[in-house]
Design a binder for this molecule. Structure first.
Ligand code: SF4
Length: 380
């Protein structure tokens, strides 16, 4: 089988992997490759066609949820680093893809597997002159020097924790070591980035760092997931945690476990953004007694109903942190509002609408120039 055909197999196997914001498979005139090029949102907000692929779908580990686990009967294939680099650069030069997301099953241990990923990246950057987006996976059990090398080659690196702690990881992947194999490389990344100028990174910038959790596969609560997420954002400067709802895979030990409700995924993202961008602490999130977020309401709205309905915020005097607590106002809206009210004191809901803030959403929680906006809105 030629490298292009093997790449098609490897890339279509990646459909379960969600470590970039991707929309839907790209279906257009580039028929030869359609189905495994994804429109992906980059860390800078731009959308590009991204090839997501594995170097090999063979794996020596037996993680309980994973379609690639050792011993599972399905067609497996492999590309060598040079083959992968050549096929990818051909697609890139033909204008089919702009970026590469490269992962791998584990063969010969984490160190050897990481070497092959790094070899591919080096061929692309140094021999073939590829300057575009490159997301490299860091394998469990890698060495410090390999992490350092990945940071010099990639625009983004990621290490999938899969579970929020060692006890839960034991259910999903009993042969992975949470602390030694997964958290340790994340700590190294933080150490390398703090100790060295970002000029050392690819194109003069350190890559952003992400992780992924398999949600609902190990009976974990939202509190467990978000406690670890908070630690990663605050202590290890993670850029993004992804929540991938558990989906049972045939012929795996977890095949009879139910799939995770997609609403749970959406609430976890909302809560994680409240922690990362809005200054919320874990104690302020509306967990139930089982440590889970309600599925039927946005966590920011739940908080605001409890705390702001009777204590509305005066939008002319509020700090940025206070504005961010109001449902309907995000970081951009808060910045525009702060700048506009420096020019003129706000007096009507129409002024809010003009700067892109939906008056109906914010109305129950604010005062404008000392008054509840309800009366103005009743005339709309
Ligand atoms: S090591 Fe990775 S590819 Fe291999 S079984 Fe575990 S999750 Fe799957």
């Amino acid at each position: 089988m030629n490298p292009q055909d093997r790449l098609k197999i490897l890339s279509s196997d990646m459909d379960f992997e969600l470590a970039e914001d991707h929309n839907c498979p790209k279906i257009d005139s580039k028929k030869k490759y359609s189905g495994f090029v994804h429109d992906a949102v980059m860390p800078n907000g731009k959308t590009i066609p991204l090839l997501k692929t594995l170097l090999t779908s063979a794996c020596e580990r037996d993680c309980h949820y994973c379609p690639f686990r050792a011993g599972r009967n399905f067609r497996r294939t492999t590309l060598k680093p040079d083959e992968m680099a050549q096929v990818f650069i051909g697609m890139h030069r033909a204008g089919i893809v702009e970026g590469l997301f490269l992962s791998s099953g584990l063969i010969g241990g984490g160190v050897s597997t990481q070497d092959r990923l790094l070899d591919t990246a080096q061929i692309l950057r140094q021999k073939l002159g590829f300057k575009g987006y490159l997301h490299l996976k860091i394998m469990p059990g890698v060495e410090f020097d390999q992490v350092e090398q990945a940071l010099r080659l990639a625009n983004r690196v990621s290490i999938n924790l899969e579970a929020p702690n060692a006890k839960r990881l034991d259910i999903l992947a009993p042969h992975k070591h949470f602390s030694d194999e997964l958290i340790k490389p994340l700590k190294w990344i933080n150490k390398i980035r703090s100790a060295n100028s970002n000029k050392t990174g690819w194109n003069g910038r350190w890559p952003s760092v992400a992780t992924q959790f398999v949600v609902g596969g190990a009976g974990e609560s939202d509190v467990e997931l978000l406690t670890t997420t908070e630690y990663l954002y605050q202590e290890l400067k993670l850029r993004r945690a992804y929540y991938s709802p558990f989906n049972p895979v045939k012929d795996t030990p977890l095949e009879s476990q139910p799939a995770t409700n997609l609403q749970r995924e959406s609430r976890l993202y909302q809560a994680s953004f409240l922690i990362r961008d809005y200054g919320f602490s874990m104690e302020e999130l509306p967990f139930n007694q089982q440590g889970n977020l309600p599925h039927d309401s946005d966590p920011k709205l739940s908080w605001a109903k409890l705390h702001l309905s009777n204590n509305p915020i005066e939008i002319n005097d509020a700090s940025k942190e206070e504005l961010l607590r109001i449902p309907g106002i995000g970081p951009k809206g808060a910045a525009v509002l702060l700048s506009e009210r420096n020019k003129n004191r706000m007096t009507t809901t129409e002024e809010l609408r003009k700067i892109g803030i939906n008056p109906l959403r914010v109305a129950p929680f604010i005062l404008i120039n000392g008054f509840r906006p309800t009366r103005q809105l009743s005339f709309l």
